[in-house]
Every structure is written in structure tokens, then in C-alpha cells.
Ligand binder design. Structure first.
Ligand SMILES: [Zn+2]
Length: 240
């Protein structure tokens, strides 16, 4: 654990498969650029309608392999009841100080599932605390340089889009690694979208966000900070 090399991009999410649903095309793109990526899931998935925590662990490992991430682990926060408490912040601080990520991806702060919304603030607070030397976890302090919010399921205008066009099939394969969730089955059939519709829906969403930036498939992100620009000719926007 202690000899894990520094990570470039760490995605933190409430549930195993949240990252696959919202930002794993971006992780694939970063990995293809030679960057080191990682995923921290905060719960084990024991409250899911379908499958067990053990099913989810196995499926998350398979998805991690497809995504080429350097590191993936799950904490033991209660599924469906995540709270922004100091002990929970400290658990994330320990991971942040171990992995020392430059960029952290969090879920957008407004969401239907309360776990998703709370992870936005819990993760943000943990990133701040991780930089404080007086918060002693036995490891050196580390504060990520940048936090961005994966906003695919939020009704909000993105700050930027990541072009995931070359990775759309791999992204879909990573999501479908969660057979306990997405394969057709009687349990939860009134709640879950049929397997054959998942591809159409997820590709349509990615197409929508891609169109906003003039590419085929994209994933949307929100950043809170105002960008600082040095050279107007290098501002990364699509041509108009
Ligand atoms: Zn979730």
C-alpha cells in the first residue's frame, strides 16, 4: 500500500459502477495518454436491489482491468447512508495521501441519489483536509491540484467535455462487466432498464455531450474554479 506510485487522476464515487456510468471514458482517455488513473469506491454495494457486495467486488475488478486503472479499492461506508462525517473524511484522506493524485473527479453535487450528492461535499472536504499537516494520519499531507465534477446525470451546463470517441466501446464493456446489475433478470426488472436498451441510452447520452463540443462522443464535467488563460490562441474550444 505505502509504495503505490503517485496517481495522476483519481475518480471517487459512492458505488461500484458509478464511475463506469459517468466518467470512465475519460479515465480511458487519460490512461491512453500515459497517465496513471485510479478509482476509489466508497461503499461495497450491500444495499443494491440486485447482486451481492461480493458480486460487485468481482465485477469492479473486471471493469478496472478493462479500464486499465492502476489502483482500485472500495471503502466500507454504509451503502445508501453515506454521511459527511470527520471519520469518513479521514478514511478518504488516508487514500489521498497514499495515492497523491494531481486531479480528483467527484460526482456533481446535485443528484437524485443522496449518496451521490453527499460524496461531492465529502470528497471536497477530504481533499482539503488531506493537505493539512495537523491532520495526522501517519502519512505526509497532500492536496490535489484540481477537483472536477462528473455531471453526466445532472441537469447542468458542463464547463468542459472530454472527447471519448475512440473509447466508447471499451467504456460500454466496462459498464457491462457489472452483470449482476445490467444483465436481464427478474429481480428489479421494474426498476432497471433492459440490457438491450442500456447501449442505446448510454451511447445517446455520450453523443449528446459530444455534440456540445463538436465531437462524436463525450463526457461532461463541471469545475467550480475560474480558468486562468495565458494565451488566447491556445484556449481549447471547438471552432465556431
Ligand atoms: Zn451510484
Amino acid at each position: 500500500m505505502t509504495d503505490t506510485p503517485s496517481i495522476d487522476v483519481l475518480a471517487i464515487a459512492a458505488h461500484r459502477d458509478d464511475v463506469e456510468q459517468t466518467c470512465c471514458g475519460t479515465l480511458l482517455r487519460m490512461a491512453s495518454r500515459g497517465l496513471r488513473t485510479a478509482i476509489l469506491d466508497l461503499t461495497q454495494g450491500e444495499a443494491g436491489t440486485r447482486g451481492t457486495a461480493e458480486d460487485r467486488a468481482r465485477e469492479a475488478a473486471e471493469a478496472a482491468r478493462i479500464l486499465g486503472v492502476t489502483w482500485r479499492q472500495a471503502l466500507d461506508l454504509p451503502d445508501g447512508a453515506i454521511e459527511n462525517t470527520f471519520p469518513n473524511r479521514l478514511k478518504i484522506v488516508s487514500v489521498l495521501r497514499q495515492l497523491r493524485p494531481r486531479v480528483v473527479i467527484l460526482p456533481y453535487w446535485q443528484a437524485r441519489h443522496p449518496d451521490h450528492a453527499i460524496v461531492a461535499t465529502l470528497g471536497y472536504d477530504a481533499c482539503f483536509l488531506a493537505g493539512l499537516s495537523k491532520v495526522d494520519t501517519g502519512a505526509l499531507p497532500h492536496r490535489p491540484f484540481k477537483i472536477v465534477y462528473a455531471s453526466l446525470y445532472a441537469d447542468v451546463r458542463p464547463s468542459f467535455i472530454v472527447d471519448i470517441t475512440p473509447f466508447i466501446e471499451q467504456r460500454h464493456a466496462a459498464l457491462m462487466a457489472y452483470k449482476s446489475q445490467y444483465a436481464n433478470q427478474p429481480t428489479g426488472s421494474a426498476l432497471f432498464v433492459p440490457e438491450e436498451e442500456i447501449r442505446e441510452r448510454t451511447f445517446a447520452e455520450a453523443r449528446h455531450y459530444g455534440l456540445l463540443a463538436g465531437v462524436r462522443y463525450g463526457e461532461p464535467f463541471v469545475q467550480k474554479e475560474i480558468g486562468l488563460i495565458d494565451d488566447l490562441t491556445l484556449v481549447p474550444v471547438q471552432s465556431i
